[in-house]
Design a protein around this ligand. Structure first.
Ligand SMILES: Cc1cc2nc3c(=O)[nH]c(=O)nc-3n(C[C@H](O)[C@H](O)[C@H](O)COP(=O)(O)OP(=O)(O)OC[C@H]3O[C@@H](n4cnc5c(N)ncnc54)[C@H](O)[C@@H]3O)c2cc1C
Length: 415
């Protein structure tokens, strides 16, 4: 049996892009339904950096106080290790104006819960969980809706009709493929393996310092009870790492991070080590009549710089800011396509700038590290600048904290 329902905007995917878009459109009084395949937001680690641009947005939305009450740790600076064991401070967030002078580390599910709770207070918002979109409905070349299926078991198939479908379904976007939009991929030299080690008294509270040893790279993010750790190795190393087993992996981590040596046995097996097949891609065309892709569905990001969440949020803000007034003016059909094209025009340049910076980092940090060249110290020019011209540390920090073209909440969404 097929049921048919209708909304104004169908948002597929309840990640950062989808939930922020749903909240903002609902605050404009637009009927919006967010469809998420998972039953809740409690899922595998997917990054937890909330940058200053997003914290400022939460303040503008009147959610700052609730956000600051969430369990979180803060990142005040980032440094690079030198061969003599000292560190060079590269980025100093404390040079930015408070309260936007840090990166907050907040579990992504807490952030999404907060945003969804705020959205549910708006009468025109609804969210369906445990439901996956499988396909787009196309009529006369225009996307007019999506087909939905319950994720577990056999339930009724639903045809959700909408004036606009926004694909926020992440880097493996089903809707993007169904709509015939294909991203261009950029080479990435590494994959990432994520795991946790417990925090111990005396661990640095807020520093982000990568560790290099031989051809290995490790980065750890402080959380209140544990360190979220990322191990980087050349792309395609996963089978060899798993074949070598957990003992070898623990030894590898202890060699790179001797301060973790007394805790690596908390990695019980390689099942505790989750591989991320790192990808970087971008759509040339983010839309077709009736459908727009944003967030990772439009541009999968490398973890370098940890900016994927924030870019997805900024895409959502720009989409709401342009789409809500158009819908309120009663625009439809080709008139609405102009708006979808305007969102793509606005958000493509920041995605290009960030991905270009990430490609640069891949070359000067990761490729050199895998070649063992970082043993002799990090790239000289950025280090020299950070050492001799202290405001440069503020510039690096600003670039990470706000990124290019940060968006502000539209007036009608503020509380
Ligand atoms: C292991 C890992 C670590 C990361 N670390 C960081 C970090 O530290 N900082 C950072 O900024 N970024 C990080 N990222 C990247 C970041 O998670 C993404 O860039 C960001 O979440 C993109 O947001 P999004 O809303 O576009 O997509 P996603 O967060 O991927 O959300 C997509 C949503 O759509 C749902 N969905 C998918 N298909 C369907 C369907 N067919 N029907 C219904 N729902 C569907 C998914 O379940 C998901 O909830 C990391 C990613 C991973 C995987």
């Amino acid at each position: 049996m097929v049921t048919v329902s209708r909304t104004t905007v169908a948002v597929v995917g309840g990640g950062p892009a989808g939930v922020v878009l749903g909240l903002l459109l609902a605050r404009a009084g637009i009927a919006v339904r967010v469809v998420e395949q998972h039953d809740d937001f409690n899922r595998d680690f997917r990054g937890d950096t909330v940058h200053a641009s997003t914290i400022r947005l939460l303040d503008e939305l009147g959610l700052g106080e609730r956000f600051r009450a969430l369990p979180q740790s803060r990142l005040d600076d980032f440094s690079l290790p030198l061969p003599d064991g000292s560190r060079v401070l590269l980025g100093d967030f404390s040079r930015l104006r408070p309260p936007y002078d840090h990166v907050a580390m907040v579990p992504q599910w807490d952030l999404l819960d907060l945003l969804a709770t705020a959205a549910r207070q708006e009468p025109s918002f609804s969210m369906s969980t445990g439901v996956a979109a499988s396909d787009v409905i196309v009529e006369d070349g225009v996307v007019t809706g999506v087909h939905l299926h319950p994720r577990h078991g056999d339930g009724p198939v639903e045809e959700l009709r909408a004036d606009v479908v926004v694909a926020c379904d992440g880097r493996n976007s089903v809707l993007r493929a169904a709509a015939g939009l294909h991203p261009r991929s950029f080479p990435v030299p590494f994959d990432t393996w994520w795991f946790r080690v417990p925090r111990a008294a005396g661990d640095a509270a807020s520093a982000l310092v990568p560790a290099f040893s031989g051809t290995d790279v490790v980065l750890s993010f402080p959380r209140p009870d544990y360190h979220q750790v990322a191990y980087f190795a050349p792309k395609g190393s996963d089978p060899a790492l798993r074949a070598a087993g957990v003992e070898a992996f623990r030894a590898r981590i202890a060699r790179i991070r001797p301060d973790f040596a007394d805790r690596v046995d908390t990695i019980r097996s390689m099942d505790d080590v989750h591989v991320l097949d790192v990808r970087m891609d971008r759509l040339r065309r983010w839309w077709r009549p009736g459908l727009l892709c944003i967030g990772d569905a439009a541009h999968a990001m490398s973890p370098a710089g940890g900016v994927g969440i924030n870019l997805a949020v900024q895409d959502a803000v720009a989409t709401a800011a342009l789409l809500a007034p158009a819908l309120r003016r009663g625009r439809s059909g080709a008139d609405l396509d102009v708006t979808l094209a305007a969102v793509a025009r606005r958000r493509t340049p920041p995605a290009v700038v960030v991905q270009t910076a990430q490609a640069f980092l891949h070359r000067v940090v990761f490729e050199r590290a895998f070649a063992g060249a970082l043993q002799d110290g990090p790239p000289k020019l950025p280090v020299l600048l950070a050492r001799t011209v202290p405001p440069v540390r503020g510039l690096y920090a600003r670039g990470i904290a706000f990124g290019p073209l940060p968006e502000h909440a539209p007036r009608w969404a503020r509380r």
